[in-house]
Design a protein around this ligand. Structure first.
Ligand code: ADP
Ligand code: TZD
Length: 576
């Protein structure tokens, strides 16, 4: 707050009211990138004790904000300049909304009068209209006295119900508006109970329990909503007390340790078609689960249901029946729903039939033995498996470390090979399979949790946010980036079908040295051509907590096009 010299009446302004409103609501970090009209805002925020983490591209601070929201259940804040900066941040806002991560994109904007008359202001754009279809809610504040309400609404919209992205438009003029300090203070709102519990109805709980009781081959599917909900102990109790096998989706890995005997992850293709009753906890039946039907689920044709009955726990009522019939919808927050189920099962709940559990165990043992054999090989050049065998050991020895992961093969193999031991430790490309989250997530995870971060990156994936290694060095974050370098998108072996001097569209510069990038900013670069070198580099990075980038040379012929989702590539009908 400033004191005016002439009247000695305390006045405040738009800058300070936004800062005070955020602080009042426990928001103490902003991920941003300065410029007109928000440069002074970043300075003032820092002066007022907010941690301002400044990035090199807004998509990355947007991703940082989104994952901060996932990790903390508080909206992560991304701050950008107008038009181009706003648009750069928008991908992250849309991705956060798609993934149900709470974040608020705050962008400065140009003068309303000029924008609306389209008179060509500096960075002119009707940002509010553009943001609206890509997020849960969008608000603009024209008067400083409305900041308190706007920030409160933005916070509520981001974290209540199904979490998601919110856009807050702050025109340049508004920052400088002044008002009486006491009135300004009074105008701020400390949000009470921003994400109210949503208790499921007793009938819905009863219906779910009755269906679960009839199951001969039950299965529980945990999604990233379950990780977000932070109901870890109750979810574990539900699984252990019912004895039902479970499958974790990618970012739900670690809610229970992946080595848990009830994990059916190594028997996924057996349990999905085999199950007769499936309990979904914070997981949608979207493309990642083959829409709950088709051959994956034991259906005859690709649109036929497999005959399972579904119980679905979700906070968003409209999620029910989005792909197949949900026989027992359980609408509410996961914490409340799971504890209601726990109360209902009591102590004498019968374990699932032994033949179901036995068949799963048999499948698991077989697949795990096969995997162990593959991991034990030590081919030259190093491939995904031999490299990931190292990462697997490192995470086992450092279960608190956070694993960020993107790429195609680099993603799919890591997900299936590297066991997670604790909740919310695996952060990845999520629902869209988006590339570019890597360094934003890594910076955020390190800043928010203080833990070591290991980012396993395909070389293509890394390129989307690679410049943020400077940010990692600048803030001296304990991040170890491992670039799985196989010379291209997917693989490095394509050739130009026309035979000209250009390389194929999926091919990069051969034998690039990504490790040199981080050295430019004072970080530690390493070059690893075999598992022993990779192990040494990763161990050293974890020990020293120094910003590190390891260029891990991977066989350029390893992997497949698009990893596990090759079949999603459309096929040309025309034969050449
Ligand atoms: P995954 O990709 O891991 O399967 P999804 O992103 O598809 O997970 O699903 C997450 C689901 O969790 C969304 O439908 C969302 O509405 C739901 N969800 C998020 N938070 C909660 C919560 N606290 N309580 C109940 N449901 C939640
Ligand atoms: N652009 C964006 C924003 N997201 C995407 N998912 C893609 C493009 C397409 N894409 C994938 O789906 S994976 C991938 C791209 C470009 C990179 C795969 O190559 P990689 O990993 O080097 O990162 P692997 O391990 O070599 O397969």
């Amino acid at each position: 707050m400033d004191m005016t010299t002439d009247t000695q009446v305390e006045v405040t302004d738009g800058f300070h009211l936004v800062i005070d409103a955020l602080k009042l609501n426990g928001i103490n970090t902003i991920f941003g990138l300065p410029g007109i009209p928000i440069t002074d805002f970043t300075r003032k925020a820092q002066a007022e004790g907010i941690r301002v983490i400044s990035f090199r591209h807004e998509q990355n601070d947007g991703n940082a904000a989104a994952i901060a929201g996932f990790l903390t259940q508080r909206p992560g804040i991304c701050l950008t300049v107008s038009a181009p900066g706003f648009l750069n941040g928008l991908t992250a806002l849309a991705n956060a909304t798609t993934n149900c991560f709470p974040m608020i994109l705050i962008s400065g904007s140009s003068e309303r009068e000029i924008v609306d008359l389209q008179q060509g202001d500096y960075e002119e754009m009707d940002q509010l209209a553009i943001a609206k279809p890509l997020c849960k809610a969008a608000f603009r504040v024209l008067h400083a006295e409305d900041i308190g309400v706007a920030v409160a609404r933005a916070i509520r919209a981001a974290v209540s119900g199904r979490p998601g992205g919110v856009y807050l438009d702050l025109p340049a003029k508004m920052f400088a508006q002044t008002m009486d300090g006491a009135a300004g203070k009074k105008s701020l709102i400390e949000v009470v109970d921003p994400a109210p519990r949503q208790i499921p109805s007793q009938e819905a709980v009863q219906r779910a329990l009755e269906l679960l009781k009839t199951a001969k081959r039950p299965l529980i599917l945990l999604g990233k909503g379950a990780a977000y909900a932070q109901a870890d102990a109750n979810i574990r109790a539900l699984i252990e007390e019912t004895g039902i096998p479970y499958l974790p989706m990618s970012m739900a890995k670690g809610i229970l340790p992946d080595t848990h005997e009830q994990s059916a992850a190594a028997a996924r293709s057996f349990v999905l078609p085999g199950a007769d009753v499936v309990l979904l906890i914070g997981a949608r039946l979207n493309w990642l689960r083959s829409y709950g039907k088709g051959k994956t689920w034991g259906g005859k044709g690709h649109k036929d249901p497999g005959g399972q009955k579904f119980i679905q726990i979700d906070i968003w009522p409209q999620e029910m029946d989005s792909n197949v019939r949900i026989d027992a919808p359980l609408v509410g927050d996961i914490g409340s729903c799971v504890s209601a189920l726990l109360a209902g099962i009591g102590s004498g709940w019968p374990k699932p039939p032994a033949d179901w559990l036995g068949a799963i165990a048999e499948r698991k043992d077989k697949n795990l033995a096969k995997m162990a054999e593959t991991l034990a090989k030590n081919p030259t050049p190093m491939n995904f498996h031999s490299a990931l065998n190292v990462v697997r050991d490192i995470i086992k020895a450092n279960p608190d470390a956070i694993l960020v992961n993107e790429g195609a093969n680099a993603l799919d193999f890591t997900r299936s090979i590297v066991d997670m031991y604790k909740p919310r430790k695996r952060l990845d490309v999520g629902t869209w399979g988006i590339m570019g989250i890597g360094m934003g997530f890594a910076v955020s995870a390190a800043v928010v949790t203080g833990e070591s971060v290991i980012a396993i990156e395909g070389d293509s994936a890394f390129g989307f946010s690679g410049m943020e290694v400077e940010t990692i060095c600048r803030y001296n974050l304990p991040v170890c980036v491992v670039v799985f370098n196989n010379n291209g998108v997917y693989r490095g072996t394509d050739v130009n079908p026309a035979g000209g001097p250009d390389v194929a569209p999926t091919v990069f510069v051969k034998d690039a040295r990504y490790d040199k990038l981080i050295e430019a900013f004072g970080g530690v670069g390493m070059h690893a051509t075999n598992p022993a070198e990779l192990r040494k580099g990763m161990e050293e990075a974890i020990r020293s907590r120094k910003p590190t980038l390891i260029n891990a040379v991977i066989d350029e012929t390893a992997g497949t096009e698009s990893g596990r989702i090759t079949s999603l590539n459309p096929q040309s009908a025309k034969k050449k």
